[in-house]
Design a protein around this ligand. Structure first.
Ligand SMILES: NC(=O)c1ccc[n+]([C@@H]2O[C@H](COP(=O)([O-])OP(=O)(O)OC[C@H]3O[C@@H](n4cnc5c(N)ncnc54)[C@H](OP(=O)(O)O)[C@@H]3O)[C@@H](O)[C@H]2O)c1
Length: 194
C-alpha cells in the first residue's frame, strides 16, 4: 500500500465498480472507508487496508470525500436522503449512472444541502446542453474508439451488433474531423442519422 496521503475517502456501494474504485484508492494511499448494503463485500478490501463501516452514516462521517457507486438514481436518494445533514460540508462524488435530468436533480439536491457535488453525468449533460465538445477534461472520441474491442470480439465469435452500432456513431464524428473532441459529440450522430 502507498503511504497515507492524508485524504479520507469513503466509498458507498461495493459492486463491481465500487470495489474497483475502493481498491484503487487504498492502493493509492487514501485512508478509505467502505460500506455496502449487503454484508461480506468489504472483506477483500479490508484485507488490503480499507476500513469497513457498519452503516452508510458511519462511512459518510469517516470521509471528507464520499463516493457513491450505487445502482441508480433511486438508490442514491434512498441511501443519502437520511444523511444529507451529515454530508453538508463534505464533497460527494456520484459515479452512479443517472440520466441527465436525474443528474441535474441530484446537483440541485446537493446544493440545497450545502454539499459540494461532482457527477460525471452532470458534466456530460452540461457539455451536451452547451454543445461545446471542446471543453477540457472530456474523454476524446479517438480515445473512445471501440475498434480494438470490435476486432477482438469478432475474432472470438462474440456478437458485435451493439458495439458496432456505437462505433459507427463514434466513427462518423471522427471522420468529420472531430476525433479530438469529447465523447458527448456522438449526440450529433444520434441527432442526424446517416
Ligand atoms: N461497472 C462499470 O464499469 C461502471 C462504469 C461506470 C459507471 N458504472 C455505474 O456505477 C454504478 C455501480 O455499478 P456496478 O457495476 O458496481 O454495479 P453492481 O455490481 O450491480 O453493484 C451495485 C451496487 O449498488 C448497491 N445497491 C443497489 N441498490 C441499492 C440500494 N437500494 N441501497 C443501497 N445499495 C444499493 C449494491 O449493493 P448490494 O451488494 O447490497 O446489492 C451494490 O453495491 C451503476 O450505476 C453503474 O451504471 C459502472
Amino acid at each position: 500500500m502507498a503511504a497515507d496521503n492524508g485524504v479520507r475517502v469513503s466509498v458507498l456501494g461495493l459492486g463491481a465498480m465500487g470495489s474497483a474504485l475502493a481498491g484503487a484508492l487504498v492502493k493509492a494511499g487514501y485512508e478509505t472507508t467502505v460500506w455496502n448494503r449487503s454484508p461480506g463485500r468489504a472483506d477483500a478490501l479490508v484485507a488490503h487496508g480499507a476500513k469497513a463501516a457498519a452503516t452508510a452514516g458511519g462511512a459518510v462521517r469517516a470521509g471528507r470525500v464520499v463516493i457513491a457507486c450505487l445502482l441508480d438514481h433511486a438508490s442514491v436518494h434512498e441511501v443519502l436522503d437520511p444523511l444529507l445533514g451529515e454530508l453538508a460540508g463534505r464533497t460527494l462524488i456520484n459515479v452512479t449512472t443517472t440520466s441527465p435530468a436525474q443528474s441535474r436533480e441530484l446537483a440541485a439536491w446537493a446544493a440545497r444541502a450545502g454539499v459540494a457535488y461532482l457527477d460525471a453525468f452532470q458534466e456530460f449533460a452540461a457539455v451536451i446542453d452547451g454543445g461545446d465538445y471542446t471543453v477540457e477534461g472530456q474523454q476524446s472520441l479517438e480515445f473512445s474508439s471501440l475498434g480494438n474491442l470490435l476486432a477482438a470480439s469478432a475474432d472470438q465469435g462474440i456478437s458485435t451488433e451493439v458495439v458496432a452500432m456505437v462505433q459507427r456513431l463514434i466513427q462518423r464524428q471522427i471522420d468529420a474531423g472531430h476525433g479530438a473532441e469529447g465523447f458527448a459529440r456522438i449526440i450529433e450522430s444520434i441527432k442526424q442519422p446517416a
